[in-house]
Write a protein that binds this ligand. Sequence first.
Ligand SMILES: *Cc1c(COP(=O)(O)O)cnc(C)c1O
Length: 411
Amino acid sequence: MSPEAAPRTREFLDEADRWSAHNYKPLPVVLEKGDGVWVWDVEGRKYLDMLAAYSALNQGHRHPAILDAAREQMEKITLTSRAFQNDQMGPFLRELCQASGFEKALPMNTGAEAVETAIKMVRKWGYQVKGVAPDQAEIIVCTGNFSGRTTTIISFSSEGQYKEGFGPFTPGFREVPYGDVDAFEAAVNENTVGFLVEPIQGEGGVVVPPDGYLKKTREICSREQVAFMADEIQTGLGRTGRLFCCDWEDVRPDVLIVGKALGGGVYPVSAAIADSEYMDVFRPGDHGSTFGGNPLGAAVGRASLKVILDEELPRKSDELGSWFMDELRAVDSPHVDHVRGKGLMIGVVIKKSSGPARPFCEALMDRGILAKETHHQVIRFAPPLTIGKETLEEALSEIAPVLRGDGVALD
Ligand SMILES: *Cc1c(COP(=O)(O)O)cnc(C)c1O
């Protein structure tokens, strides 16, 4: 925490520090209001939100259409449980399937739950449809993956800290280097039921795989009867300049996993999406969630998806992202190694010799730009997709000096 925090801020920081588990290391800013691309702290200072809650806010803070849908639904019914039906879940799942081009969807709440759902679905499909021997199913994952924090999901993490002290782990996962088609092909065997992959690794540091990687691994999956599972929780719903990042290579996954922006920053809504061949392995009692598919979440999900489509956020992300990335690359800085990304999912990689990315993010905060380092060396820029070009231009005039080292506590 920065020692010079203002008194009111200091109080909130100290209180949270006292009462919260220390499982995060947030920037020392305490927010109390958000609107569109802007947030305000308890001192009344205004910031541009360039993290957008890890892409859960693609539609911006408190989008009016999403708030209206939530308010309207709150006046009717908010929770039924799946013991009864409600009038929002069916339309929500139909709209989600129609937008993504699949036959069925299973609604959950957090991203990790949707990933767990996909893992269970593909394992059972492996036994029932592919004919894998009991308890032998393997899912191939990539080095640098991030798919959530449950015990099973951290079991296949390659990040030591995510696992340390949390064993024993769930077996049945095999790790291959991200972006390496040959390594993937070599890892496939008769027990392989699925390939779980992020089209761009977000938490891994905005890592973009080589062109053709998704298409080639998709082809191998089809040939070897392996389910291609795309974790699009962060890359999906417009973030990378297409509705789904797999669209860049015309790849249709077997299982599509979405979350984050599906709840429009208002409510946790996620889903595993697939055709009947996969989804029909689930029978009543196999899987579930008390809140999954609840009418408030479904109404919010419908509105969130509608905003993304109606406001053409994928196209805006593509156009603005390409321009913004060019501008970032044009900044003459001794500290920047390179800039990478797609659409408005952008990583600025800081040279190891210039130290970690954290002090750059602190300097950005002092200039009214909220961004967060990921994977030590990378500053991630991923603002709401509703952002305008003028706002990005103004942001650039603050970002450029910081990238050149202005106000950065370099060690
Ligand atoms: C954030 C994220 C998750 C986990 O979502 P939660 O809602 O935090 O459980 C899974 N996969 C990817 C790619 C993510 O970015």
